[in-house]
Design a protein around this ligand. Structure first.
Ligand SMILES: Nc1ncnc2c1ncn2[C@@H]1O[C@H](COP(=O)(O)OP(=O)(O)OP(=O)(O)O)[C@@H](O)[C@H]1O
Length: 266
């Protein structure tokens, strides 16, 4: 494949919302290849809304989003699907199909999008399950998994087509600190071993300071990005008091509700 330079994601003058309601306006940022990029901000500021637009689920009110140089906004339906196939998405709770085994869940994108034989699919499924430390669990049903295992299984499915770009919605939500730290290590391994670019929406500051190369912080009041940079640098030197407060425990207590425990898999 020809080598491409330039950012993995480029967001240009982006305004998004629902109907006439504007949630975020005139956003501009880039995600560089091989970085872990976290989207932060208080409850209801639009983190999930932004993620859903970047992955092509919603059309923006204004502006453009380029994925590996191609506009997912301007693309016709066929091209949009082709762009969507280049990345993996892991949702809260893993979002596994409950009537299918883990192996069947991970095999799904391979059956849908590739011409691989059943044997090759089985081999790939095994490889992906091993990658997320779930070797030997292929025959388990989602209901038999813990929250952390379900998220790792969701990640295995997102990795099935070997995407260079991964999106992760709230990886740590509902996980105990040890399980959450294991997931962080897994994301770092994906970045370091495979050069994956990973975009994470998260509330968990511990995780942010462990994994993020760069963050943006969204603000509900101004509907804009109030910080863009490495998290430690922003915490220590941002001229915006709100940003510094958010990136310390004080900000967390007042602004962000704790997520409820997720134990079931949908
Ligand atoms: N489908 C929808 N239709 C209309 N408004 C919506 C919809 N989804 C979200 N919103 C609104 O958009 C705003 C941003 O919501 P969003 O879920 O993106 O925020 P968030 O930062 O991800 O929040 P949280 O951290 O609580 O998950 C909120 O005011 C929310 O009520």
């Amino acid at each position: 494949m020809e080598k491409r330079t330039g950012p993995e994601i480029e967001v240009r003058s982006l305004t998004i919302g629902y109907g006439n309601k504007v949630v975020l306006k005139d956003l501009n940022f880039q995600v560089e290849s091989g970085e872990i990029f976290c989207i932060l901000g208080g409850s209801g500021c639009g983190k999930s809304t932004l993620l859903k637009h970047i992955i092509g689920l919603y059309a923006p009110q204004k502006g453009d989003i380029l994925i590996q140089g191609d506009s997912i906004v301007q693309a016709d339906e066929r091209h949009r699907r082709e762009i969507m196939r280049r990345f993996g998405v892991t949702y809260q709770g893993g979002a596994l199909f409950s009537s299918m085994s883990l192996a069947e869940n991970v095999a799904l994108p391979l059956e849908e999008y590739t011409q691989l034989s059943a044997k090759e699919i089985a081999r790939t499924v095994e490889e992906k399950l091993r990658l997320v430390d779930l070797a030997g669990f292929g025959n388990y049903m989602p209901a038999e998994l813990s929250g952390g295992m379900a998220k790792r299984a969701g990640l295995a499915r997102a990795l099935a087509l070997n995407p260079k770009l991964l999106f992760f919605d709230e990886p740590s939500a509902g996980l105990d600190p040890i399980t959450s730290a294991e997931l962080d290590r897994l994301l770092l391994r994906l970045r370091d071993q495979f050069g994956s670019t990973i975009v994470v929406v998260t509330h968990e500051l511990d995780s942010v300071f462990t994994i993020a190369d760069r963050v943006i912080m969204l603000d509900k009041e101004t509907k804009s990005i109030v910080a863009d940079g490495p998290p430690v640098l922003l915490r220590d030197t941002s001229p915006n008091e709100k940003v510094r407060a958010f990136l310390t425990r004080d900000g967390l207590k007042s602004d962000v509700p704790r997520e409820p425990q997720i134990t079931e898999v949908s």
